[in-house]
Every structure is written in C-alpha cells, then in structure tokens.
Write a protein that binds this ligand. Structure first.
Ligand SMILES: NC(=O)c1ccc[n+]([C@@H]2O[C@H](COP(=O)([O-])OP(=O)(O)OC[C@H]3O[C@@H](n4cnc5c(N)ncnc54)[C@H](OP(=O)(O)O)[C@@H]3O)[C@@H](O)[C@H]2O)c1
Length: 340
C-alpha cells in the first residue's frame, strides 16, 4: 500500500497564478514527491465565479465560494493564497495562520502592508509563511538574501522590479515613441492593466522594494517610508538627454544603508550604459545587490506571468514541505502508525 504522506492544500484563487500552480503540480507530480517525500493534493479551491471558463480543468466539486470551507478544514495543512487583495485577504491569511496552517502567498500588496505582522503571527503559531513570488516573480531573490547572503552586510539593493514600466521605457528608448503611445500598445498587448496607475506611478515597485529592503537589511521597512516617483513625466527629450550622457532611463527601486538608516526610493534614474541594470529590457526584471563581502551580484528573469510566478509559488510550497514543522507532523503520524 502506498503510504507516502499526502499533504492537502487549499488554493485561494484560480486566475493567472492559481492556474499556473495547478498546471505545475499536474505536469510534474513526481517532482514534489521526490524532493520532499510527500504527495500533495489540492483538495479545495476558492473562486468568485463557479461557472467561469478556466485555463485548467479541475473537478467542479473542488471549487468553492466559501473561504471558511478551506480555512476551517482540519485536513488542509497548507494554504496557497493567489487571490490578491489587501484587507479581506489579510483577515483570511491571519485566520489560516491562527488555525495552524502554513501559508504561501504571491501577494505583494498584502506583504508590503502587513508582512511584519503576518510573519509574527506565523511564528507565534509555529507555521511557515513564504512569499518569494511577491517580489520579482520567478527570480529567487528573497531566498538568496535570506539564506545565501545572510552572513554578509548588504550595502545596496537596486532593482528593476516592475515589468510594465520597464517594457514602456524600453520601447520609448528603442523606438522613439511617446509615453502615451507605448502605454496604449502595452495595454493592448496585456502588458499593462486597463488601470495602469499602480505600475506607472511606481507604487507596485515601491511595494516590492519595501519587502526587499526589509529582508536585505533585517528590519521592517514600511511602504510609507519609500519615496516614490513614477514614469508618467518621462519624455523623448529626457531620454535623448540621458543618451547624450551615455546613459539610459530606467525605473529603479533603490535601498541603501546610509549610516544607521536604510533609505528606500523608487523613481526614474539615468543609468550609465555599462551598468548591469541598463541591459535589462522589455518586461524582464532584475535585482542588483552589493554586499561588503559579496561585492556585486545580479539576479535576472521573468517578473510575472503564469508559469514563472507559479514556479516561485511551488518552490515555496516545497520549502514548506521540507520544513521541520511538516517533518514533525509526519513523525507524530508515524509514531501513531498512520505512516510508514
Ligand atoms: N499575474 C502575475 O503574473 C503575478 C505575478 C506576481 C504576483 N502576482 C500576485 O498573485 C496574486 C494573483 O494574481 P493573478 O494575476 O493570478 O490574479 P487573477 O488572475 O485576477 O486571479 C485571482 C483569482 O482569485 C479569485 N478571487 C479573487 N478575489 C476573490 C474573492 N474575494 N473570493 C473568491 N475568489 C476570489 C478569482 O476568482 P474568479 O476567477 O472566480 O474571478 C481568481 O480566480 C496577486 O496578489 C498578484 O499580485 C501575480
């Protein structure tokens, strides 16, 4: 008899990212088993509309509009939150953590505003909270800062962490088109939202920089502490002036250690053409880190999209499955004779 532990998962949201997570688990069901020793099964999925056409086939009886059916299900150990939203979602995630469930989320709005509180509640309840996908999508920068670079003194983190604005600025630079023209094209191609405010104002990048700075500098950085400027006022004249100086305009998030303080800002910056971030174009993201011992390192990749984002979410799921808390739960089941 197969007596691998089957870990039950509740998925909140079956849109772009949620569908990617389902696809990844369907495409490589053996991967998590091999790498964690657990089978996983998504047993319930929260959606708004039960009848909507989905990018993946899931049994209809797994869908629910009632979040309590998931949060209060004692068989569900892990919640994957990919529904988006702030206040209502915060209450849901808090309730899940307080019920002793591990949480993986891709929600930068939630983590930038409430990450410190949610991390504290997770710790108090002995459960894991992971949010790698919330910053720069597929790029594993949070785990690298938390683990591989944890011993170093980070001096500066600079990032292109919003794909929409990088796409707009790349097109304006490469094709000489105006901001309004490129924005309209980006909206038509689905690279920019119908309401592009959060992207073009720099707010989305600021949320990600608040999260990045908190982890890089080991202290809470609030969104309100980030100085924000958007790209709405970038013109062809400014791009030409940057070019004449041997540079290019990028929307840069920057977090620097200055004495005892950490200064965080988002805004258009002229980067010299030989800066590693100057070469990051289209909708790609990149994060450039300077550390006392490390020197320089750069992380480059897809900042959004169904499968890139799902890869970060499922990576976090694997981290939960490998966590001491999960292992302890299984050890108790083995002692009780339920598992081999
Ligand atoms: N898309 C990306 O590339 C990307 C990248 C990084 C991070 N993220 C983050 O990942 C999260 C999800 O993004 P997404 O693009 O996948 O969003 P999305 O396509 O709009 O999907 C959201 C899903 O959540 C469900 N949902 C939302 N509010 C709900 C509610 N109150 N009750 C029940 N169901 C609800 C929706 O149900 P219906 O389908 O029934 O409407 C939908 O299935 C967001 O926090 C986003 O910031 C996204």
């Amino acid at each position: 008899m197969n007596r691998h532990p089957v870990v039950k998962i509740g998925l909140l949201g079956l849109g772009t990212v949620g569908s990617g997570v389902v696809k990844m688990l369907e495409n490589h069901p053996e991967a998590l088993l091999e790498r964690s020793g657990n089978d996983v099964e998504i047993t319930k999925i929260l959606v708004r509309d039960l009848d909507k056409q989905r990018a993946v086939d899931v049994p209809r009886e797994r869908l629910t509009q009632n979040v309590a059916e998931i949060i209060q299900d004692p068989e569900i150990d892990i919640i994957i939150e990919v529904m988006g939203g702030e206040e209502e979602t915060k209450q849901i995630v808090l309730a899940a953590l307080e019920q002793g469930k591990h949480v993986v989320t891709a929600n930068k709005d939630l983590i930038a505003l409430h990450g410190a509180e949610l991390s504290r509640i997770a710790e108090e309840n002995g459960v894991e909270l992971h949010y790698e996908a919330a910053v720069a999508g597929a790029i594993p920068i949070l785990r690298a800062l938390r683990q591989s670079m944890a011993a170093d003194q980070i001096v500066e983190v600079m990032g292109i962490v919003n794909g929409t604005t990088n796409y707009i600025l790349s097109k304006m630079t490469g094709e000489g088109a105006s901001y309004d023209e490129v924005l309209a094209e980006a909206q038509m191609l689905g690279y920019a939202e119908a309401d592009p405010y959060a992207d073009v104002s720099g707010l989305d990048a600021a949320r990600k920089m608040a999260i990045l700075a908190s982890i890089a500098f080991h202290r809470p950085v609030a969104l309100a502490d980030v100085a924000i400027q958007g790209i709405e006022k970038i013109t062809q004249e400014k791009i030409a002036a940057a070019r004449a100086q041997g540079g290019v305009i990028k929307l840069i998030g920057r977090a620097q250690r200055v004495g005892a303080d950490v200064l965080v800002s988002v805004g258009p910056m002229v980067l010299s053409n030989d800066h590693p971030l100057a070469l990051v174009n289209d909708s790609y993201n990149a994060v450039h880190v300077r550390g006392e011992a490390l020197g320089e390192a750069m992380f480059y990749g897809r900042g959004a999209g169904m499968m890139p984002t799902a890869s970060a979410v499922v990576g976090d799921l694997l981290a939960v499955l490998r966590s001491p808390q999960m292992a302890q739960g299984h050890a108790e089941l083995r002692l009780a004779g339920v598992l081999r």
